[in-house]
Write a protein that binds this ligand. Structure first.
Ligand SMILES: NC(=O)c1ccc[n+]([C@@H]2O[C@H](COP(=O)([O-])OP(=O)(O)OC[C@H]3O[C@@H](n4cnc5c(N)ncnc54)[C@H](OP(=O)(O)O)[C@@H]3O)[C@@H](O)[C@H]2O)c1
Length: 193
């Protein structure tokens, strides 16, 4: 199973308008996110999951069409996960990977937020990075990574336009330096709960 991570990165400076989330300025990223994540298993920290429900105007317990979601949380039982067969809870990274293996997922995409990205970064094989050439408020620190350890396997650009006020790049990076990752690889044989 491939472990991937999707993230928007960009300078953190200024609030364009109050009460508007950065994603509302990024319809092209939302489209890319949908294309990349449909039919995949997603992992979200509890905060990002709850923010996502608010963003899409759905109650807690909802999922995104065509996707299964694992919510990372230390809360013993999130009651809102109980009525949706496409929603799961995991209490650690190992637990999430175990759930994903049990489902037979071929790719697990870590959506964030910041603490969840940090937790999974050492285990990640692939990065889907949208770079925003603009200034946002409230966006997160993303793990620094050196290009020596990663190679760009695809890149696309979208120029600013009426709907998308910022230039964007969409790059996919695959990890090249395997030895660092192999030390931390988790398999069904060696994982610990
Ligand atoms: N740039 C991007 O692409 C991107 C993507 C998504 C989100 N974001 C941003 O990220 C921010 C939210 O990030 P965040 O770090 O505050 O929240 P988060 O990662 O979405 O969720 C944090 C929660 O996840 C659970 N958790 C974290 N580490 C855990 C661990 N090791 N074991 C078990 N549970 C764990 C905890 O839930 P419990 O409290 O329930 O125990 C924790 O409160 C927001 O500002 C959002 O806008 C950015």
């Amino acid at each position: 199973m491939r472990i991937s991570m999707i993230a928007v990165i960009g300078p953190i400076k200024h609030v364009p308008k109050e009460n508007i989330t950065p994603l509302e300025y990024l319809p092209a990223h939302l489209k890319y996110f949908e294309e990349t994540s449909t039919d995949k298993l997603l992992v979200m920290g509890r905060v990002t999951y709850e923010n996502t429900c608010t963003f899409i105007g759905k109650p807690l317990g909802a999922t995104l069409p065509g996707r299964k979601i694992i919510i990372l949380s230390r809360t013993p039982e999130l009651t809102y996960t109980q009525d949706n067969e496409n929603l799961f809870q995991a209490s650690s990274a190992d637990d999430a990977i175990f759930v994903a293996y049990q489902m037979g997922a071929d790719e697990m995409i870590v959506v964030g937020g910041e603490s969840t990205h940090q937790l999974f970064f050492p285990l990640t094989d692939r990065l889907y990075i949208t770079h925003v050439f603009g200034c946002f408020s409230g966006y997160q620190y993303f793990s620094k990574f050196t290009l020596e350890d990663w190679k760009v396997v695809s890149r696309n650009y979208e120029s600013a336009n009426k709907l998308n006020p910022f230039n964007l790049s969409f790059k996919v990076f695959d990890r090249t330096r395997q030895e660092a990752k192999d030390k931390k690889i988790v398999t069904l044989e060696n994982f610990s709960l």
